[in-house]
Design a protein around this ligand. Structure first.
Ligand SMILES: NC(=O)c1ccc[n+]([C@@H]2O[C@H](COP(=O)([O-])OP(=O)(O)OC[C@H]3O[C@@H](n4cnc5c(N)ncnc54)[C@H](OP(=O)(O)O)[C@@H]3O)[C@@H](O)[C@H]2O)c1
Length: 227
């Protein structure tokens, strides 16, 4: 039987790298995508099995298009896309720091939209296709009043809305999930975060492999949470 395929954006470090490692251990064909090809190749060789490195910058449409063509040539289809790549945008709304808000939205919101555009045709060739959007509790509507990190929050709330819309429009062909990994020890989460990357990756691996998750929902620790 041919191996199932999963592509993870921003898989060169942090939670993305750990999702790649855990999925390779489950004997999936893992496409390690990173904007810097060399870092994707390094992670690929460190994992050592079931990996294929690819260049993919989620802010660059050409780069995504070329990556999708390579995946099509190499594997003919994709089973799971993990939209993991993101940046932290600290700008508050009242700062109206257009450059930072725009850059954060371009990476964290438009990045998954752009990437999905080029991989949905390949996902439609799978009989169990899924998109997993790495969101955050900081994008939950009820949490927005607590303030701080406005640009980042806006990008994740938008990503959640994209998840609901796409899940509904692709019902019956591609399942689409959003998830929060919790507060995880990575460059983004910082050293003080309570969760190791293994725990941060756990729900993504479950969403990629389990039959229970329901498309169009937001998950943390394998449980549905509020938008
Ligand atoms: N850590 C947490 O506590 C936490 C909590 C909630 C949600 N999340 C979410 O979980 C996901 C992973 O976070 P993390 O903590 O692992 O972050 P991280 O350690 O900062 O890693 C971010 C990854 O995204 C990549 N990236 C950034 N811009 C990119 C672009 N334009 N194209 C391609 N890749 C790009 C980075 O690549 P480079 O190495 O090239 O920069 C890196 O691989 C993110 O969506 C984040 O918002 C994290």
């Amino acid at each position: 039987m041919t191996k199932k395929t999963i592509l993870i954006t921003g898989a060169n470090r942090g939670i993305g790298r750990e999702i790649a490692r855990q999925m390779a251990d489950l004997n999936w064909q893992v496409i390690v995508a990173a904007r810097n090809l060399q870092s994707a190749q390094e992670v690929s060789s460190q994992i050592g099995h079931n990996t294929f490195a690819i260049q993919l910058d989620v802010t660059n449409e050409d780069s995504i298009k070329i990556a999708a063509e390579k995946v099509s040539e190499q594997f003919g289809r994709l089973d799971v896309l993990v939209n993991n790549a993101a940046i932290m945008g600290n700008a508050s709304m009242r700062s109206f720091d257009l450059q930072e808000i725009n850059q954060t939205m371009d990476t964290n919101f438009m990045g998954p939209v752009r990437t999905s555009k080029y991989f949905v045709p390949l996902l439609k060739k799978s009989d169990d296709a899924r998109i997993i959007n790495l969101s955050s509790g900081m994008g939950e509507l009820a949490s927005l009043r607590s303030g701080g990190y406005g640009a980042y929050r806006l990008s994740k709330t938008s990503l959640n809305a994209f998840t609901i819309l796409l899940a509904s429009e692709l019902q019956g062909s591609v399942k689409v999930f959003a998830m929060c990994p919790g507060w995880v020890q990575t460059d983004m989460g910082g050293k003080g975060a309570p969760r190791p990357v293994s725990k941060g990756a756990e729900t993504a691996v479950w969403l990629a492999t389990d039959q229970h998750p329901v498309s169009g929902n937001f998950y943390r620790d394998k449980n549905v949470i509020n938008w």
